[in-house]
Design a protein around this ligand. Sequence first.
Ligand code: HEM
Length: 311
Amino acid sequence: MGMAFSPKAFHPLILLLFSLVLVSHLSNAQTNLPIVPGLSWTFYNTTCPRVEAIIKNRLTQIFQNDSAQAAGLLRLHFHDCFVQGCDGSVLLDGSASGPSEKNAPPNLSLRARSFTIINELRDLIQTNCGRVVSCSDIVAIAARDSVAWSGGPNYSIPLGRRDGLTFATRNETLRNLPPPTSSAGQLLAALAANQNLSATDLVALSGGHTIGFSSCFSFRNRLFPTQDFTMNLTLAGSLRLVCPTNTTTNFTFLDPRTPRLFDNQYYVNLVNREGLFTSDRTCSPMSGLVTLLIASPLISPCFSRSSSSRW
Ligand code: HEM
């Protein structure tokens, strides 16, 4: 088996999110962008030319029944790429060598259904093409299709990621996936040290919180024992209805205004002090970039598409 890409080589994820924001209108021109050595725009052209169509067809059926699965698949890609690079290691089960990355605390709140969807897609692809497509590529394509289905851009993805044979330890996983209670300084320090990412990258990537759910557990630190004074009072009031005590196990939307749309509402929320997590709050001081993202005409057209023309 080939080796996994190093943590510093997960540019596809950055390309994924940030290009959505800044170059999403260039969809064909994206294939001219520089890519990490080992990846290619034509990787499966001879061995599995229909791989992207197979994934898209199956995901269309899944999302038509349950569009919330899109958020789970996007988050799975992020959790895969931040630990050991985009190598599919988050998918591995534990072994005699220890508990899996999948069982480390940050990954326990990934949707179980996300894992079964990836297994289903892998089986479908293997039936059609044999064992030629890596699971990490399947996860990357599924994340792109999730963004596109949710109204975001349908960007091109260079392929050829190799699946890792080993998973990260609990501590390594914790180090690479900071908790939502992280302060601005902690988050930026962790991203700079582990992923070589900047504050700008962080703001762009956090835009993934424009879709999906969170459990009360992930933001209860902002309500109990005392309310975070930086949080919008109306938001805090409605969160208290969902999570009346610090042991409530309910869920709420990350972006309550357009929870299923991949749009720039997340950034509008930040400016209004309506980010859900302490870590979201990190983005607010970088308001220059946030304001740019709110106003960007490059992303707006994507969000006016109707659900019938999603792809
Ligand atoms: C920067 C640090 C980040 C932190 C601390 C963080 C933390 C979290 C937490 C705590 C949840 C809710 C988990 C739960 O309680 O169920 C969540 C959900 C989510 N995150 Fe993040 N996240 C980060 C970055 C990202 C990035 C980079 C993306 C994607 C580009 C992303 C995409 C999502 C999505 C789509 C959900 C909703 C998942 C669902 O509905 O199943 N997050 N995140």
